[in-house]
Design a protein around this ligand. Sequence first.
Ligand SMILES: [Zn+2]
Length: 540
Amino acid sequence: MRISILYLFLLLTACSTKQQADLIIHHANVYTVDSAFTTVEAFAVKDGKIIATGKSDDILNQYSGKEMVDAKGMAIYPGLIDAHAHFVGYGQSLFAVDLFGCTSMDDVVERVKKFSLAHPDEKWIKGRGWDQNKFPGKAYPSNDTLNTLFPTTPVLLERVDGHAAIANAKALELASVMPGQKLTGGEIETKNGKLTGILIDNAVDLVASKIPPPSKADYEKWLLAAQQKCFTQGLTTITDCGLNYRDVEMIDALQKEGKLNMRLYVMLSDDEENFKRYIDKGPYKTDKLYVKGIKVYADGALGSRGACLLQPYNDKAGWYGFLLRDKKHYDSLAAALANTEFQMCTHAIGDSANREILNIYNKYLKGKNDKRWRIEHAQVINPNDFALFGNTSVVPSVQPTHATSDMYWAAERLGNERIKGAYAYKQLLQQNGWLPLGTDFPVEDISPFKTFLAAVYRRDAKGWPETGFQTENALTKEEAIKGMTIWAAKADFLEKETGSIEAGKKADFIILDKDLMKVDEKDVLATKVIATYSGGKKVY
Ligand SMILES: [Zn+2]
């Protein structure tokens, strides 16, 4: 009798000394992604933060949770971070007709019809991606069917390159476009005295300028839709590369209203108006938003031969591509930003663009430093230039699915020798010992699992090429996971807050049905996110 009373007493005191947590996750296989890549079984969350990690028994003995989740041995990783994407652009694209790959005008019309049925509230129908080179006869289409189907709703569909568009009669009427009308830097196609709807270059703006500027409700619609898709994929932080102050104001407002839960690291576009509002005030930071980057474009893309190369293109004699601005622009911007807390992030694809920017960075950063200036894409690097990253701690920010998308034609542009320095992620990783990974969505798919597949196996979703593309530059599974979590956080100056499951950090984590560290290649893309948590709250 005495013994059992003593036992009861001990049990009661043990219970009363348990610390209260909001959430306990236990019996899981938790990849903390701490510096030793430790795994644990359990962790406790309070006020949106992780307060303890360890063995299930220890955590359950020490803490009592308002909510308890038995993960039944499933794999848990930190919330995934995309180090280079376009979140606002992606949201917009979800409310426009995707016309990429259309093989006829009938095909275009079919997609527009489907879109309008799914989005009956859209005042304007916008679309992008058609290319008449894929249509029978390769001639520009006309707007006849669009006029019949949409007599009262304006429709504007941009060509794949954005340099031409087709508008329906309603849109042309709203813009007061007349048959035979002339303008500088553009063309309005007229046949037999009638408008065909085809607008070239500046003529597109005549109609595009009539689309009402986005309201706050538009932003809400775009960003919440984008957020939902991202949470489904386990993404809890997105780096948006190139926004204007108005985009940032809308994001900030929606986050403060509790509607937008996605964490965002923002690079502001290289624009006077943005600089006026931010540079003197310094970086802007809240719980979910950090505005600290400046996005600059050095050159274009390899596919359209806009990337700036040191030697001519392999498939266009005498053509080097070009820098988008005068070198002085990049130099003076770097000089100005070197005295601020802002991070310079420059898009550079060609080996010449990379060399120019690396030299400018080296000039102002002067040796090892912690300013984390970035080169976005770092796609084609001359063998002599890799060291320019490490010398001044320049961060290469890469997108593994670009390698597996471009590998089909990249050697045609670059030749078999120069391509060895392209998509060279392992060599870039060796420069600083860490490498952030992203997707560049909506240019590529948002899926971080595709990033993992491309980074580790250097093959695409079709399993091509069998031997892998330049596999000497493959990353290990551990490196790929770090690239999508703690290293991506570091590239955004957020590594003290997120990117790993450690006490003191925000409780951003995901539960997966398969363990990425152990899955076979064929199961990578079949991996499902069971749940996504941001700040300790289940958001998917
Ligand atoms: Zn981008």
